[in-house]
Design a protein around this ligand. Structure first.
Ligand code: NAD
Ligand code: USQ
Length: 397
């Protein structure tokens, strides 16, 4: 298959591009490198020393003989170039990772909120509109998020894969209807993913675009078999208070002797997936697209759920790290249940990689290897959801 990987220089996009290339697909990465510029803005770098995109692609060719293309293009702003690219490459599918993906970054200030909405919503709409304008039958696989469902809305009832069957009372009796699960975003970033869902529903209905939306949990780990082939192919590892995600942060904190930064009581339950399964799920979704005229195909891309407190205790037990319970900088439920339906990938053959001591240790080794690259002042999350919320001081200054 000919595939454009939008956002293919990022944390999920780079290992996916390599995995799909290794599997024999013809890959072109499209990325405006905005994530690298945000690192400059935040004065922080990936824990792992990632190489420039052209170096990455050259090393991949050297190691495997496989060619990956690269186009520097802003999908939110360069609409005409995007249409021309579709007409030129004639891809069978696009995998769409190209959004501003950090909830804390999206809550920093008005500029970051507006950038996140403009970038994510315009980018997604441009992709859909350009597919229709090109007249080509390009399937879309989009990386959405578990956060569109919110936490605790339906108590212990399982979260379905996208759609909920409801009963609508009418004078003539109850009508049964299938609706998109109600959206309940917890940040401006998560809100953009709920807006994406409406764009997808419209273009699938009106223009018969074939769309798969993957509601992914928090990705952890860093390497895949392909990124581990050479140090110069290494994947990005975000550890800072805005972009670092919780489990990778805990493991990296343990590796450098920093207390584990639990927000609030740690009673929050979240869904997780290892980066190795992210790339496998995307391949499965690409190779099993919906038919023309089908509703948006939604998968919950999640392999397990954990309470944050339990994760911190597990990492602490393995490594001896202390746990610090900090004031929560976010506006979120202190405790929640999370019961996620995740049958569709299992039915298509996914063999889940779940949390194990071995995998935690592999990630900890990366933390230890690059410990001298850590800026301790970037670890504590300083972005608050509302003016007046408390933040914590640096713990190791
Ligand atoms: P990332 O920030 O590392 O990668 C996103 C890439 O998209 C970056 O390389 C960036 O430069 C590019 N990009 C952003 N806006 C663009 C634009 N307008 N034009 C072209 N390129 C653009 O993020 P990630 O962690 O790889 O996440 C990828 C996708 O997966 C996101 O949509 C995110 O919402 C989703 N997701 C991520 C996680 C996670 O834990 N990382 C979990 C669930 C869902
Ligand atoms: N948290 C801590 N300590 C930390 C960091 C985070 O306790 O040091 C807590 C947060 O308060 C939150 C939870 O951990 O309760 C998850 O935070 P996170 O930053 O790991 O994840 P989140 O903000 O939800 O976002 C990440 C990705 C995003 C993706 C989402 C999937 O950045 O792109 O969409 O995970 S999900 O959470 O399933 O919606």
């Amino acid at each position: 298959m000919k595939v454009l990987v939008l956002g293919g220089d990022g944390f999920c996009g780079w290992p996916t591009a390599l995995h799909l290339s290794q599997a024999g697909h013809d890959i072109t990465i499209v990325d405006n490198l905005s994530r690298r510029f945000i690192d400059v803005e935040l004065e922080v770098e990936s824990l792992t020393p990632i190489q420039p995109i052209h170096e990455r692609i050259t090393v991949w060719k050297e190691k495997t003989g496989k060619q990956i293309g690269f186009v520097n293009l802003d999908i939110a702003k360069e609409y005409t170039r995007l249409v021309d690219l579709f007409l030129d490459v004639q891809p069978d599918a696009v995998v769409h990772f190209a959004e501003q993906r950090a909830a804390p970054y999206s809550m920093r200030d008005s500029a970051a909120k507006r950038y996140t909405v403009d970038n994510n919503v315009s980018g997604t709409h441009n992709v859909l509109c350009a597919i229709v304008e090109s007249g080509l039958d390009i399937a879309v696989v989009h990386l959405g998020t578990m956060g569109v469902y919110g936490y605790g809305w339906s108590g212990t009832a399982p979260i379905p894969e996208g759609y909920l069957t409801v009963s609508v009372p009418t004078p003539d009796g109850d009508l049964e209807r299938e609706i998109l699960h109600p959206a309940n975003p917890g940040s401006v970033y998560h809100m953009t993913k709920t807006l994406d869902q409406l764009l997808f529903a419209f273009y699938a209905k009106n223009d018969l675009v074939r769309i798969t939306d993957l509601h992914q949990g928090i990705v952890w780990g860093t390497q895949t078999p392909e990124t581990a082939l050479d140090d110069r192919l290494i994947n990005r590892f975000d550890y800072d208070g805005d972009y670092g995600t919780v489990l990778n942060r805990f493991i990296m904190q343990a590796a450098i002797g920093h207390p584990l930064t639990v927000h609030g009581t740690g009673g929050q339950t979240r869904a997780f997936i290892h980066i190795r399964d992210t790339v496998r799920c995307i391949q499965i979704a690409l190779e099993n697209p919906p038919a023309k005229g089908d509703q948006v195909s939604v998968f919950n891309q999640v392999t397990e759920t954990h309470r944050l407190k339990d994760l911190a205790e597990m990492v602490s037990k393995l490594t001896g790290a202390e746990i610090a319970y900090l004031p929560n900088p976010r506006k979120e439920a202190a405790e929640n249940d999370l019961n996620v339906t995740r049958e569709r990938f299992l039915a298509l053959g996914l063999n889940p990689t779940t949390l194990s001591e071995g995998l935690v240790e592999e990630t900890r080794d990366i933390g230890a290897k690059y410990a001298d690259r850590v800026d301790l002042s970037k670890i504590i999350a300083k972005t608050v959801w509302n003016a007046g919320m408390e933040t914590s001081p640096d713990l190791m200054s």
